[in-house]
Write a protein that binds this ligand. Structure first.
Ligand SMILES: Cc1ncc(COP(=O)(O)O)c(C=O)c1O
Length: 391
C-alpha cells in the first residue's frame, strides 16, 4: 500500500541516534543544542527552542504571549485541530476566518474584515498549508494596524520560502511573525519521530518558551524569587506548565534529517511536477483541481492536495475507496476544525460559517507525496487517477 506520506530514514540517521544512545546524555544534552543551532541557521531566526511536538510548540507560543480569557485568537479552519486548541489550552477564546480558494491559506481580506467589524483578536495563527507560505507580509501589516500578535504555524513548511518586496524570506524566519512553530512528525518534511520547535527573533519570548517547556522551572539563581539561606536545590518553580522537552535521541534524528532537507525538497518537487504534467488534462476537463502554487513562494511541498472538479462523476468518498482498492491510500487535509464536535458544542460553530474552507474540505484529497516514492510510483498514482476519473 502506498501511503500519502511516510518518513525517509537513512543509515546516517540511525547512526546519529545510536551515537546518542552510547553517550552520557539521553535528554537535553548537546544534541538538542546542536539541533536548535541548525534550525536557526536554516530558518534565519535568531532563536529556536526544540520541543516535544508541534502541538506543544503551538501551546508554548500561545502561553509565551500571556493570553487571558478576555483574549481571542484566530486561525484558519483548514488545519489540524492543534492550530486552534492551543489557544483554548492557553486560556483564550478561539475564532476563525475563511481561507483563499486557491492556496487554501488564511485569507487576509477576511481577516481585515473581521478586525474592522469585530473586536480585533489578541493573536492570529496562519498556517503554511501543504508547505505553501501563508500571506505573512499582509497579515503582519494587519497586525501592526490592529495590534495583534502573529504565530506562523509552519508545521508543514520547513524548507519553504517566499518573496516579498524583492526579498526572500524563509518560513519560520519570523520576518513577518512574532513566533513560528514546526512539527517534525514522521509525515512532515523532516522527522524527529515526535518533535517540534518554536522560532522567534525576540530573546524574551524565546526565554519564556524555554521556561514553560520545562515545567516553568527557573534554574538561574539570579532570577530566583525566593532567597533561602543555605539552599542546595538548584531550581524553583515559577509557572504552572508541563514537561515539553525534546530528548537528545529525537534531536539527533532531527539534525541528521535536516542535512537532507534540500534533497527531500527537490524530490518532492520532482514528484509534484510529474503529477502536474500528467493530471493537467484532467484539470482542463473539469475532472479535478490541482494545487495552486503562488509564484512568490518556493515551497518544500509537504502535501499534494487535489480536489474533485465540477465534472467529476464520482464522489470524493468513492474516489478514495477506488484508489484504496488499487493500493493507494490518500488522506483528507482537512475536515474543517470548526465542524468537529468540540468546536460546535463549546463555541456554537456550524455549517456555512466558513464556506470556502467547507467547500475545499468536501472535495480535497491528499495523494501520496514523500521522498522515498519513485517516479514510477507517481506515474502509477497519476495514471490510476486518470483511469478512474475518465470512466
Ligand atoms: C498545521 C499543523 N499544526 C500543528 C500540528 C501538530 O503537530 P504534532 O503532530 O507534531 O503535534 C500539525 C500536525 O499534524 C499540523 O498539521
Amino acid at each position: 500500500m502506498l501511503p500519502y506520506s511516510r518518513q525517509t530514514i537513512y543509515p546516517e540517521d540511525i547512526d546519529a541516534v545510536v551515537r546518542v544512545l552510547k553517550s552520557d546524555w539521553l535528554t537535553q544534552g548537546p544534541a538538542v543544542h546542536d539541533f536548535e543551532t541548525a534550525l536557526c541557521q536554516l530558518t534565519g531566526a535568531r532563536h529556536a527552542v526544540a520541543v516535544a511536538n508541534g502541538t506543544a510548540a503551538l501551546y508554548l507560543a500561545c502561553r509565551a504571549l500571556d493570553l487571558s480569557p478576555a483574549d481571542k485568537g484566530i486561525t484558519s479552519p483548514m488545519s489540524f485541530a492543534a492550530s486552534a486548541s492551543c489557544m483554548v489550552l492557553a486560556g483564550a477564546g478561539v475564532d476563525f476566518v475563511d481561507i483563499e480558494a486557491d492556496t487554501l491559506c488564511m485569507d487576509p481580506g477576511a481577516l481585515r474584515a473581521y478586525c474592522e467589524q469585530k473586536q480585533p483578536p489578541a493573536v492570529v495563527i496562519p498556517i503554511d498549508f501543504a508547505g505553501i507560505s501563508a500571506r505573512l507580509p499582509e497579515i503582519w501589516k494587519l497586525s501592526r494596524k490592529f495590534g495583534f500578535k502573529v504565530i506562523e504555524d509552519a508545521a508543514h513548511a520547513i524548507g519553504s520560502s517566499y518573496c516579498y518586496d524583492g526579498e526572500r524570506f524563509n518560513c519560520g524566519q519570523c520576518a513577518h511573525s512574532d513566533l513560528a512553530t514546526f512539527s517534525f512528525h514522521p509525515v512532515k518534511n523532516i522527522t524527529c519521530a515526535e518533535g517540534g520547535a518554536v522560532t522567534t527573533n525576540d530573546p524574551e519570548l524565546a526565554e519564556r518558551v524555554r521556561h514553560l517547556a520545562n515545567h516553568g522551572v527557573e534554574k538561574d539563581a539570579s532570577r530566583f524569587q525566593t532567597r533561602i539561606p543555605g539552599r542546595i536545590w538548584p531550581y524553583e518553580v515559577q509557572d504552572i506548565s508541563f514537561n515539553f522537552r525534546l530528548s537528545d535521541l529525537h534531536a539527533a534524528l532531527g539534525k541528521s534529517q535536516l542535512s537532507r532537507l534540500e534533497k527531500f525538497k527537490a524530490k518532492r518537487a520532482g514528484l509534484a511536477r510529474i503529477y502536474s504534467e500528467r493530471l493537467s488534462a484532467l484539470e482542463q476537463a473539469g475532472l479535478l483541481r490541482l494545487p495552486v502554487l503562488p509564484e512568490s513562494c518556493d515551497p518544500c511541498l509537504h502535501l499534494f492536495v487535489i480536489r474533485t472538479g465540477p465534472e467529476t462523476k464520482i464522489t470524493r468518498q468513492e474516489l478514495f475507496e477506488r484508489l484504496m482498492e488499487k493500493g493507494i491510500r490518500c488522506q483528507v487535509h482537512y475536515w474543517p476544525i470548526h465542524l468537529h464536535p468540540l468546536f460546535r458544542k463549546k463555541y456554537g460553530f456550524k455549517e456555512d460559517d466558513f464556506p470556502v474552507a467547507e467547500e475545499a474540505a468536501s472535495h480535497c484529497l491528499s495523494i501520496p507525496l514523500f521522498p522515498q516514492m519513485s517516479k514510477e510510483d507517481a506515474i502509477f498514482v497519476a495514471d490510476t487517477l486518470t483511469e478512474i476519473l475518465k470512466e
